[in-house]
Design a protein around this ligand. Structure first.
Ligand SMILES: [Ca+2]
Ligand SMILES: [Ca+2]
Ligand SMILES: [Ca+2]
Length: 331
């Protein structure tokens, strides 16, 4: 590979990494590439005498345990999430009432994002078990996995169910970035909805299924957008220099909740809500750390969020008023 192509590949993988990195884990192939790049840079600093050998060795610990990517069941008090506690990423389910955590996938590959079907009877998830990230379905106990996408040359991430349970939205990495696709729940009729330069990422649908909120860096900076579920009627909601991503529609108001680096107390990331019609913006939550993933509970009374502190992350339950209730995944 010539240096120009190598650099381009690194840039694409770096972008893919950023878009996978929202408080969860990165696909193993991306993480491996990222670690290799970090090692090359670290070795250069070591040779130049900028870092000591001890600092060089401890750099291996920069990827520690992440619990992230929560998805609250629409019908039960249970949260799907991903964790790399076994050495690579798997899907777990947390019973919020008892605190019991159960591992659902048992592969050497990464499973990162999972989503309950509206009736709670099927889980959609992404996995690298075929050698490349694809979209799968499984039963709520982790049995009966079936593959929906078959693209050895493309990365698919973050399957999310439409509210009627008939469609799945997901992100597919094509030349130049991720695009938002929808398909039937059996994998048929795959359509590219965003079809734009840059990276577009879906995390969920509007509660009535008519619209899709998403983030896109098509202007050169991540902003929050909304489009109709057929891809028409594109509307840009945020316009700022901050990194805005992880757009999730509130079930209780006509507003999109998201994570942003704008106007945060300690220069990290906070959670915000923007009204779809008026574009009025308000801050929901701002810890001293990096805050991601404002996911509503099934009874719409609390939220599960991800707080990343340093190099690890956990899932916390917070009140609607932005008060931390408890750490759901911390030991
Ligand atoms: Ca795994
Ligand atoms: Ca694929
Ligand atoms: Ca922005």
């Amino acid at each position: 590979m010539n240096p120009v192509n190598w650099l381009k590949t690194c840039q694409e993988l770096g972008q893919a990494l950023l878009d996978a990195a929202h408080g969860g884990q990165q696909p193993k192939v991306l993480r491996t590439t990222w670690i290799t790049l970090v090692k090359i840079v670290a070795y250069g600093l070591l040779v130049l005498g900028v870092v000591t050998p001890l600092q060089f060795v401890s750099g291996a610990e920069i990827f520690s345990v992440h619990n992230g990517n929560p998805n609250w069941s629409p019908v039960e008090n249970k949260i799907l999430f991903s964790s790399n506690r076994s050495g690579q990423s798997d899907i777990y389910v947390l019973d919020v009432s008892t605190g019991r955590q159960t591992r659902l996938t048992h592969t050497d590959a990464d499973e990162i994002h999972a989503s309950w079907s509206p009736d709670g009877k099927t889980i959609a998830f992404d996995s690298g078990r075929s050698g490349n990230m694809e979209i799968y379905l499984m039963n709520p106990d982790g049995s009966g996995a079936r593959q929906l996408t078959f693209t050895p040359d493309a990365t698919e991430l973050v399957p999310v169910w439409s509210p009627d349970g008939k469609k799945l939205g997901f992100n597919r990495h094509l030349e130049g970035g991720f695009d938002i696709f929808i398909m039937d729940a059996d994998g048929g009729n795959q359509v590219n909805l965003s079809n734009s330069p840059g990276t577009d990422i879906i995390r969920g649908w509007s509660p009535d299924g008519s619209h899709i909120p998403f983030n896109s860096d098509r202007t050169g900076n991540n902003e929050i957008y909304v489009m109709a579920a057929d891809g028409s009627g594109l509307q840009q909601l945020t316009d700022n220099d901050a990194d805005d991503r992880i757009a999730l529609w509130s079930p209780t108001e006509n507003a999109i909740f998201f994570s942003s680096s704008m106007d945060t107390a300690k220069g990290g990331r906070g959670l915000f809500a923007i009204d779809v019609d008026s574009k009025n913006l308000r801050k929901i939550f701002d810890s001293e750390h990096q805050d991601f993933y404002p996911v509503w509970s099934s009874d719409q009374t609390t939220l599960a969020i991800v707080i990343r502190e340093g190099t690890s992350s956990d899932i916390f339950e917070i009140s609607k008023q932005g008060k931390v209730i408890r750490n759901l995944t911390g030991r």
